[in-house]
Design a protein around this ligand. Structure first.
Ligand code: F3S
Length: 429
């Protein structure tokens, strides 16, 4: 049984109101299921509180069929419906289901958009920051090393744990919504030192020095170590935020990696010994030319037709640096009449892209810079798409399988060339 402080006991008794009481009830059930002995306090929560498509609201029609009903019955798993106050923890909303302006282009109808507007008003009204991105760390929510967070979204979780040294498990909608009210999350998993030690070694024997290479290595690592913590050494170089972003997203997709150590690069791995922290060492995996070629083949195994009708960039959501690069690559060119180019980012980053003229450059070329969502989350792709080209190992893992289309993986330049010619010419670089 999880031990409670007097403040937590008071929340559970209802001293802080019904919503906090129900949130604590859910968190106590969650902690007991995990075997956690206590809670940690958190003031950094990222989830999708109360947002739902209309059919979920319809399911709760007997309870009012509104945001309140969904939050109480679905998010908090409560047996009654009550008023939900403003959140107590600093809270943000992760990616959502449509672009606030380009939703028609994404194929959404008026009813879905009305529902989106209504939910967003509720989210803001409850004091939750509308970041609407899978990269909160690029949009105003950057935790610090050692900070206890409660985040959903696997690519954000692996970034927070590995690159920043913040502490979060890959939470769900229910636990994050409850944590927004109670400011607590079970002291379990990545919140604890003993869980952050490496399990398996990965030795990199080929140069890994670009986003494209970091993405392929991430996909290899996830496939090799599954949901454990890899300790990576060798020829991995030129670390940057966007390289880590693509590496972690790929590793979390092909496996379930929620934290990795790169020796001499990530903050909890100044040495191999520190990364393993005295824990027994598991297997040793080698990423060599043969492994790299195999991963490239795997990522491109769902591509056969070279006529590309859709190029999607921005998984995880593009940084301003990536948007600037894409704009420079397409400036003066045109998206081919048989193809489409959609690039996804957060609203915060798009505001900078607007100010810098990148959005205009992309628009003049026939591309669209979209926010809030992505094709995998919204299941929105241009009508008639049969073949997509992607510069993200994570997106090529999900999108073709979800939408029943073909997919190619390549560099950003190859993807933009495909958008402008309608043809895939990518090859293992
Ligand atoms: Fe983000 Fe969508 Fe990729 S939410 S991490 S762009 S699958």
């Amino acid at each position: 049984m999880v031990a409670l402080t007097s403040a937590e006991q008071a929340m559970l008794q209802g001293d802080d109101g019904k919503a906090v009481q129900k949130a604590m009830e859910l968190l106590v059930r969650y902690a007991d299921a995990l075997g956690a002995e206590r809670f940690v306090e958190t003031n950094n929560v990222a989830g999708v509180p109360g947002s739902s498509p209309p059919w979920v609201k319809d399911y709760y029609a007997a309870d009012g069929g509104d945001y309140r009903a969904v939050f109480c019955r679905f998010d908090l798993d409560a047996d009654e419906v009550f008023d939900v106050p403003r959140m107590n923890a600093f809270s943000c909303h992760l990616q959502g289901g449509m672009d606030p302006q380009l939703w028609r282009e994404q194929g959404m109808d008026d009813a879905a958009h009305d529902n989106f507007v209504s939910d967003e008003g509720e989210v803001a009204g409850h004091g939750i920051q509308i970041l609407k991105t899978c990269t909160p760390y690029l949009a105003g929510n950057v935790p610090v090393m050692g900070e206890h967070c409660a985040w959903m979204e696997s690519s954000a979780v692996v970034f927070a744990n590995s690159v920043i040294g913040a502490r979060t498990n890959c939470e769900g909608r229910e636990s994050t919504s409850a944590a927004m009210l109670a400011k607590r999350i079970p002291d379990w998993g990545f919140h604890r030192d003993e869980y952050r030690k490496g399990h398996h070694a990965v030795e990199v024997q080929v140069p890994v020095d670009s986003i494209y290479e970091w993405g392929m290595l991430g996909y290899y690592v996830g496939d090799a170590v599954e949901d454990t913590i890899p300790v990576i050494t060798g020829e991995i170089s030129d670390p940057s935020l966007i390289r880590h972003k693509h590496f972690g997203a790929a590793a979390a997709s092909s496996g379930g990696v929620e934290m990795y150590h790169m020796v001499g690069i990530t903050p909890e791995a100044p040495s191999v010994e520190a990364a393993f922290g005295g824990a027994p060492r598991g297997e040793r995996f080698v990423y060599d030319q043969a492994a790299r070629a195999r991963i490239y083949e795997t990522l491109n195994s769902v591509g056969s037709c070279e006529d590309v009708d859709y190029v999607m960039l921005g998984c995880p959501h593009y940084s301003i640096e990536q948007i600037a690069q894409a704009a420079a690559m397409i400036d003066g060119r045109k998206v081919h009449e048989n193809s489409a180019l959609w690039i996804f980012t957060s609203r915060a980053v798009k505001a900078t892209a607007d100010a810098n003229g990148y959005t205009d450059i992309l628009r003049k070329a026939g591309a669209m810079l979209m926010t809030d969502t992505c094709s995998a989350i919204s299941q929105a792709i241009p009508k008639g798409t049969q073949v997509a080209a992607l510069d993200s190992a994570k997106q090529v893992h999900y999108l073709p399988a979800m939408m029943g289309i073909e997919g190619w993986y390549g560099t950003t330049q190859e993807c933009i060339d495909a958008a402008c010619t309608g043809k895939w010419k990518g090859r293992l670089q």
